[in-house]
Design a protein around this ligand. Sequence first.
Ligand code: IFM
Length: 440
Amino acid sequence: MDLKRTDFPPGFLFGAATSSYQIEGHGFGGAGPTHWDTFAATPGNVVRGENGARACDHYHRFDEDLDLAAGMGLDAYRFSTSWARVLPEGRGTPNPDGLDFYDRLVDAMLARGLKPYATLYHWELPSALADLGGWRNRDIADWFADFATVLMRRIGDRVYAAAPINEPWCVAWLSHFLGLHAPGMRDIRAAARAMHHVGLAHGRAIQAMRALGMRNLGCVTNHEYTMPADDTPEAAAAAKLYDGIYNRWFLGAMRNAEYPTDVLELLAPHMPAGWQNDMAVIAEPVDWLGINYYTRKLIARGPSGLPGDFRELTAGLPTTSMGWEIVPEGLHYFLTWIDREYAHGLPIYVTENGMSADAPPDRPADDPERIGYLDRHLAQVRHAIADGADVRGYFIWSLLDNYEWALGYDKRFGLVHVDFETLERTPKASYYALQTALAR
Ligand code: IFM
C-alpha cells in the first residue's frame, strides 16, 4: 500500500465501520423481532434465506473485534445500534441487556483509544413498528426521536460523534420502490412517504440528541457517481433523475431545506399532505457530513418508459464481487461537489468505502485487490483535500466479513476474514497493509 499517515493532514481520522444487524447476532440478548428477520424468512428475498440471528456473534466477541480494530492502528470505530435490541417493541419498555451491551461496547472502544462513531439506525426496524406502517407512517419520526433519547441518555456522554440514519436512500427507495431490502415494497406512494419520513426522523433525532447536550452530530448519505449510458436525450434525462433521487434528494433537504424540483415532479403527487412544513426540521443543523461511496452507475431509461424506471449498465471496467465497477474518481467528485454545494463550511468524512472480494478457498485472507482499491480511493481523498475539500476522516467498510443483506454471507467486505462455521477471525493481507501504512 502506497499510503502513509503523514500524507494526510494532522488529526485526519482512520476508522472502520460495521453495523449492528450485520455483525452482532440478533438472536442474542433479548432483541425484539425486526422487519429484516421476516424479510429474510420470506422465500426469494435473501440468498438461502440467511438472516442476522448469529452473524459474526460480535455480541459475545466484541472485545476480540475491537482488539483487532485497535491493533490495526485505527483512530475511530463506526458502529450502529439496533433499535429492537434497545426497545424490543420499538417503543415502551427498554431491554436492560440491550442498553448494557451498548454501554459496555462504547467503554470497550474508549479503553482501546478508539473514538466511538455511533449510527442510531442501520436498517433493522422493530417488527412492531413495521406493523404500524414503518417508514410510511409519519409517527415514526417521533418514535425514532424517543429511541434516540432512551439510548443516548445511556451512552451519549461517551460517544464521540453520532448520526441518526445510515444511507436514507436505502431505507426509503431501495426498500419501498425497488423492493430489494426490507420491507420489500414496490409502491411509489410508499416510497414517497418513506423518502420524506426518513428525513423528518433524522431531524427529530438530531433535536432529541441536542436536547441531551450532545455535540458532533452528523448525517450519512450514500452516493453513486451517475452517468448516462449513451448519448441519447432519453439516457441523459434518466441519468439526471437517477442522480436526483440518489444523490440530491436527501442532501437537498437536510442541508438546504429543499427537495430537487426534478425529483419532486415525480414524487409530489404521492407525498404526505403538508410535507412543506417539515423542511425546517429535516434541515436541523448538523456538525459534519458523512458520505458513503462505492461505485458508479451508467443509466438508461427502463423498459416501461415510466420515470423512475431505470436500466443500469456497466462498461467493462474491473468490478468488485458485487459486480460494482471500480471508479475511484467518483469519490473525488462527491467530496468536492458536496463540499461546494452542501457542506456550507462543515467537515466531511468518508463514512464508508470498501470492496467485496472473493478469495481462493485455501487462502481466504489473500486480498490484493482490496489493497489496491483502498490505495486508489485514498489517493482520491488526498486529491479532494488538495482541491480544497475539508475532508477529516475515512472509514473502511468493513472491519469484518458480515451479513450482506439480501446477498447473505457470500459477499466479503472485511479487512478481517470470518469463518461463518467456526466464527474464527483471521486478519487479511489488507489488514496488515493498513497497519503498516498507519504506523508510518
Ligand atoms: O453492507 C452495506 C452496508 O450495510 C451499507 N453500505 C453499503 C455496504 C455494502 O453494500
